[in-house]
Design a protein around this ligand. Structure first.
Ligand code: NAI
Length: 340
């Protein structure tokens, strides 16, 4: 069976090479927390991605079922499930991209920061394994609070001597996805054409959508409309948490957003030019050490962190208002990683 699958592998690699002008590299993607509310639909979407050659699904509970299920889909990515900590190394080995949606989600009344105590420990142990088994992989951090889990990951990698700021990303794509949807609805423009940068961080007022830079631009929106759209984008996660009434937070829209961002990372790795997405990364755009803004993706991860561009007075105020909270969330993550 292994000979057969090796033959299949080399045949499909050969086909991929002959169908494209340049060779499309084989890519292994690992999802940690693959059996969760986000992990399952994200595993499905990554199985559908033609850039994925191997898909490693890891979770501490429920992996075999999810891996067996997803593996029956007739797309090229080869699926393998890993179900216990002893198998984490095998799941990670050779990965080009690791996506982390492991951890507990919010319940009504909780902030993302309320998740800190549980998720900080999970992220720390998973990143310790990444440093050991696939230190060169890009890491897409979904686990909340992203404003703190990304700094935790950076400290873990620094301690292990493997930190590369170009390869660590906090996934804020869901904020962008929401901003696009809400803007299109309000401005009555085709949603597929809409672009809206979202900067800052990934919690409450640290989420700063830049509707003044939204395209296609419109005169149809009043100042009140912009304020309401901003608030709805900032509270989008809470809207879902409340609607799910105790059954978790955004999973389907998050899986979509995670798949969009992972696809952009893979395209960047493969040398596709002009791949730009917003992400929470190490940054000098403001005085804060981590900040979300537009990032150009390339063969080594972050190719360029782009500036904020011109801001409206309302956005300038929003930027000043978010800095204190974002700073303290970053510091909280760094402190946790140093003390634990
Ligand atoms: P969930 O509880 O449905 O799934 C989490 C999964 O992680 C479970 O299958 C669990 O077994 C697994 N897990 C726990 N500890 C683990 C470990 N040490 N190693 C591997 N897997 C482990 O939660 P859900 O809804 O999928 O959310 C996951 C995370 O994503 C939460 O922290 C949530 O706050 C965050 N999130 C982030 C968003 C973003 O925009 N960045 C949006 C929505 C949620």
């Amino acid at each position: 069976r292994s000979v057969e699958s090796a033959v299949k592998r080399s045949r499909s690699a050969h086909l991929r090479r002959s169908f494209h002008a340049g060779a499309v590299p084989e890519r292994k993607v690992a999802i940690l927390g693959a059996a969760g509310g986000i992990g399952q639909p994200l595993s499905l979407l990554m199985k559908l991605n033609p850039l994925v050659t191997r898909l490693a699904l890891y979770d501490i509970a429920g992996t075999p079922g999810v891996a067996a299920d997803v593996s029956h889909i007739n797309t090229p990515a080869e699926v393998a499930g890993y179900a216990s900590e002893e198998q984490l190394g095998k799941a990670l080995e050779g990965s080009d991209l690791v996506i982390i949606p492991a951890g507990v989600p919010r319940k009504p009344g909780m902030t993302r920061d309320d998740l800190f105590n549980i998720n900080a420990g999970i992220v720390k142990s998973l990143c310790t394994a990444i440093a050991k088994y696939c230190p060169n992989a890009l890491v897409n951090m979904i686990s909340n609070p992203v404003n703190s889990t990304v700094p935790i990951a950076s400290e873990v990698f620094k301690k292990a001597g493997t930190y590369d700021a170009k390869k660590l990303f906090g996934v804020t794509t869901l904020d962008v996805v929401r901003a696009k949807t809400f803007y299109a609805g309000k401005a009555k423009v085709p949603v597929s054409e809409v672009n809206v940068p979202v900067v800052g961080g990934h919690a409450g007022i640290t989420i700063l959508p830049l509707f003044s830079q939204a395209t296609p631009s419109t005169n149809a929106l009043s100042e009140e409309d912009i304020h309401a759209l901003t608030k709805r984008t900032q509270d989008g996660g809470t809207e879902v948490v409340e609607a799910k009434a105790g059954k978790g937070s955004a999973t389907l829209s998050m899986a979509y957003a995670g798949a969009v961002f992972a696809d952009a990372c893979l395209k960047g790795l493969n040398g596709v030019p002009d791949i730009v997405e917003c992400s929470f990364v190490q940054s000098t755009v403001t005085e804060l050490p981590f900040f979300a803004s537009k990032v150009r993706l390339g063969k080594n991860g972050v190719e360029e962190v782009l500036g904020l561009g011109p801001l409206s007075d309302f956005e300038k105020q929003g930027l000043e208002n978010l800095k204190a909270e974002l700073k303290s969330s970053i510091e909280k993550g760094i402190k946790f990683a140093k003390e634990n």
